[in-house]
Write a protein that binds this ligand. Structure first.
Ligand SMILES: [Zn+2]
Ligand SMILES: [Zn+2]
Length: 337
């Protein structure tokens, strides 16, 4: 198995290995956007373009950016930190989470423009690249997506064995599921499901309604690790860019194992992991930790360009307040690298 490309040194090596016109995947949970996300989805992709051009390669990358509205609202389970593979959504998927600001239909609609405008800084800096965004729910009828998703629903145990084999983490025998249909009535993603003759049967544990229908009539929760292989397959991904937190979860090995498990016929993409960003409290920046803040992209870019470590630390002059959404939008309108 090839090695992943890591951090600033890795982006330089990756640039050396590319033609300049590859198809590149990035993804995000569209329920916020903070400086750590910006590092992985804006700053390092720009550094990749910069390195390629420095090597005399004109960049014509096609970026596919997945806005994963099929992600859980929050991960729940017996003990997420101790048993990271005995998990389920707390209640529902992001597509059905209310907009906390109250101005949009749901949280995905609220954060999508902020994410898009941030990622488009890559194109503002390198106009010859191509960037496309898509919500996961929009590709649910793709043949491979459907295939791998139904397999995940029907056979979670083979995925459990995969995690056991490749992570060495402690795993309980229950709960074990990595995908589910969403109750059309109350949007709970924790029902009892079975599939018979191509038909979904779902008994909701929340509202007790029994729903039956074809695959296309439902929305789904699908754990992002197996789902990623479907995304690779749909778009013929050659290069995958992710945040460093995924590297520490063992995703490089796990993704390759899923590529084999699904008999996808895929060549494993060249995989880059960016450094993690630590917040002002020196813990990994994430929305769930409560230490997320919007980035000053020009300053983050300067820091990333000179730092070779596996993690970078945010300082007060590098970020806006986490409530500074308007300030950040204004910054996005003016920013130029
Ligand atoms: Zn809104
Ligand atoms: Zn229900």
């Amino acid at each position: 198995m090839k090695e992943p490309y890591l951090y600033l040194e890795g982006i330089k090596k990756l640039a050396e290995s590319l033609r300049g016109d590859e198809v590149i995947h990035m993804g995000i949970r569209p329920y916020g956007f903070h400086a750590g996300n910006a590092l992985a989805m804006v700053i390092y992709p720009i550094l990749l373009c910069e390195e390629c051009e420095r090597l005399g390669k004109k960049v014509k990358f096609s970026f596919f950016v997945s806005l994963n509205d099929y992600e859980q609202d929050e991960l729940d389970g017996p003990d997420y930190h101790r048993f990271p593979f005995n998990i389920h959504p707390k209640r529902t998927i992001l597509k059905f989470v209310q907009d906390p600001s109250g101005c949009c239909d749901n949280i995905v609609d609220h954060y999508t423009p902020i994410i898009k405008d941030s990622v488009m800084l890559i194109k503002k800096t390198y106009p010859t690249v191509n960037i496309k965004f898509y919500e996961t729910s929009r590709v649910k009828n793709n043949h491979y997506f459907k295939d791998y998703l139904l397999r995940t629903i029907e056979n979670p145990l083979e995925q459990l064995s995969l995690y056991k084999k490749h992570t060495g983490r402690e795993i309980l025998n229950n709960p074990v599921f990595y995908a589910n249909a969403v109750c059309p009535k109350c949007k709970s993603a924790n029902g009892d499901i079975f599939i018979e003759k191509q038909k979904i049967h779902l008994k909701c544990k929340e509202c007790s309604i029994i729903s039956e229908g074809s695959y296309g009539e439902f929305d789904y929760w699908w754990y992002h690790k197996p789902m990623l292989v479907a995304r690779y397959k749909i778009f013929n991904i050659e290069v995958s860019l992710s945040g460093g937190d995924h590297y520490s979860e063992g995703d490089f090995v796990i993704r390759n194992a899923f590529i084999k498990l699904f008999n996808s016929g895929l060549k494993s993409p060249k995989t880059f992991f960016s450094p993690m960003l630590l917040g002002l409290d020196e813990r990994r920046m994430s929305k769930s930790q409560g230490n997320a803040s919007y980035p000053k992209l020009d300053k983050l870019y300067k820091l990333a360009k000179q730092d070779y470590n596996y993690s970078l630390t945010a300082t007060k002059d590098l970020v806006f307040n986490e409530l500074g959404e308007d300030e950040y939008r204004e910054h996005l309108r003016k920013i130029k690298l």
